[in-house]
Design a protein around this ligand. Structure first.
Ligand SMILES: Cc1ncc(COP(=O)(O)O)c(C=O)c1O
Length: 474
């Protein structure tokens, strides 16, 4: 009997969480159940997800930024179907495939004249790993500088450039380098001066915390890097390919990084794909002789489906004017959130560039709320954000996330195809949720206590029902 994927899906429908609990990541299942995100989605279209009862959810997370053109875009689906129907070769390896050449040509044309060589990868972290390796190979230096709060992936090389101890600790010795506080040129120069730094690796808009580099920081950093012979790597895995209103976020600062990494949105969310764009000079120093032509390589990087989906995605971003849309609707997110939430005591600010938006909250002044705030933070420094994210899902069917440790932040990474109506719906829903958080006692703080209990129980390795919050309240 031939394998029937449709039948398999129907037969096993609803076993999602029990299977993951048994075989994949039971801790993650626990988290999803605790925050009420244990939904079984049946289908998706554009910026929306649908569950078994056909309830619609507004997805402002877009698979961590993968579905920029929206989910299940018909043009990308058609491209993949066409590719399958053509019975093309893929990964012959000892040939030069047309689609990889075409996608490289297209990627390099987005900012003409800056880069001339592309290396294809299967993920964001692999792109960052490759860029670090190229920088080390090209300079003969070892150290990598990275920023506070940085996130570049979680394999060992990219983890070495992670700006959060929560991710780094417990995995032993990482690559040599140093962390630079955001926007601190003095600290940067102090490290560059040692002349042992291969690269300064940065996200122009940081995914964790949605911190946007100050106007002068990156241009000045570029001058310093050039002065001391250090390469610049702009990690655009999240911010690239239109998300901030430009093809690459670094363009907002008018700089010319030596290497650029992309992934996430590159193939429209269908096939894992990433790339490193680099100057020919860097390439030549690493792939320096014929016997070094595959000194860095992989097996799946240039596969046909990823390359075809990549071409279709870049075409769509242009055809649907998504750069302009990201900029315009990103600004609308900021305006609408300020309009509906700006007056709340615990609202700190909304910031971002294009469709990378962070909404930060701050400690209240009134006594009752202050005590509740202190209790939640004593249990876990990032819990307050969950008090927003949880009701946004349970009451308004909006998918958002907290992003960053020790920060009261809700992050939006919407598909670039969201509409004005979606933005308004989000801003009004957020205002309702934030208003509830300003009532103590009340439902929002009950959710907070439940989350706090779970956080403490998990830390102590006991059941939440065995945890009391009294000691935390003192
Ligand atoms: C800026 C940045 N770099 C690298 C990565 C790692 O990408 P991946 O998850 O595909 O390995 C991410 C993922 O979120 C990212 O945001």
């Amino acid at each position: 009997m031939p394998f029937d994927i449709k039948k398999t899906l129907e037969d096993r429908w609803g076993e999602n969480y029990s299977l993951h609990e048994r075989h994949v990541n039971p801790q993650f299942v626990k988290v999803l159940r605790t925050i009420g995100f244990d939904k079984v989605y049946r289908r998706a279209e554009g910026q929306y997800l649908y569950d078994g009862e056909d309830n619609r959810y507004l997805d402002l997370l877009s698979g961590y930024g993968v579905f920029s053109v929206g989910r299940n875009h018909p043009q990308i689906k058609q491209t993949i179907k066409d590719l399958l129907d053509l019975d093309l070769t893929s990964m012959v390896q000892m040939d030069c495939a047309l689609l990889a050449g075409l996608l490289a040509e297209k990627l390099l044309s987005l900012v003409p004249g800056l880069h001339d060589t592309v290396f294809f990868t299967n993920s964001g972290t692999e792109a960052v790993e490759g860029a670090i390796k190229m920088a080390r190979g090209a300079t003969g230096r070892e150290r990598i500088l990275y920023l506070d709060h940085a996130f570049h992936g979680l394999t060992l090389g990219s983890l070495s450039a992670n700006g959060n101890d929560e991710f780094r600790s417990g995995f032993g010795e990482l690559l040599p380098g140093a962390m630079i506080p955001g926007n601190d040129l003095t600290a940067l120069e102090k490290e560059l001066k040692k002349k042992d730094v291969a690269a300064f690796l940065f996200e122009p808009v940081q995914g964790k915390g949605v911190y946007v580099a100050e106007d002068s920081f990156l241009p000045e950093a570029q001058k310093l890097c050039r002065k001391y012979g250090t390469l610049m790597i702009s990690d655009e895995v999240q911010s690239g390919l239109g998300r901030t209103g430009r093809w690459f976020a670094y363009e907002h600062w008018g700089i010319e990084p030596d290497l650029v990494t992309v992934a996430k949105a590159l193939s429209g969310g269908f096939v894992p794909a990433g790339a490193i764009l680099m100057k020919r000079d860097v390439y030549k120093k690493v792939f320096s002789r014929m016997d070094r032509c595959v000194v860095h390589s992989n097996t799946f990087g240039k596969n046909t489906l990823a390359m075809g989906a990549g071409l279709a995605t870049l075409h769509l971003i242009e055809e649907e004017n998504l750069l302009e849309r990201a900029e315009r609707l990103g600004r609308l997110f900021l305006e609408k959130v300020r309009e509906t939430c700006g007056h709340f005591e615990m609202f700190k600010e909304v910031r971002g560039k294009g469709m990378m938006v962070g909404i930060e909250f701050k400690s209240p002044k009134s006594l009752k709320l202050k005590a509740a705030w202190a209790m939640i933070h004593a249990a876990n420094k990032g819990l307050f954000g969950q008090m927003i994210v949880v009701p946004l899902m349970s009451k308004h069917r909006i998918l958002t996330q907290v992003a960053g440790h020790n920060i009261d932040l809700v992050k939006l990474l919407p598909p670039l195809v969201v509409t004005e109506h979606d933005v308004e719906y989000f801003a009004n829903s957020l205002a309702e949720v934030v208003a509830d958080c300003h009532k103590f006692p009340g439902g929002a703080w009950e959710t907070g206590m439940m989350l706090a209990k779970n956080a403490l129980a998990s830390r102590k390795g006991v059941e939440p029902k065995d945890v009391t919050l009294e000691p935390v309240l003192e």
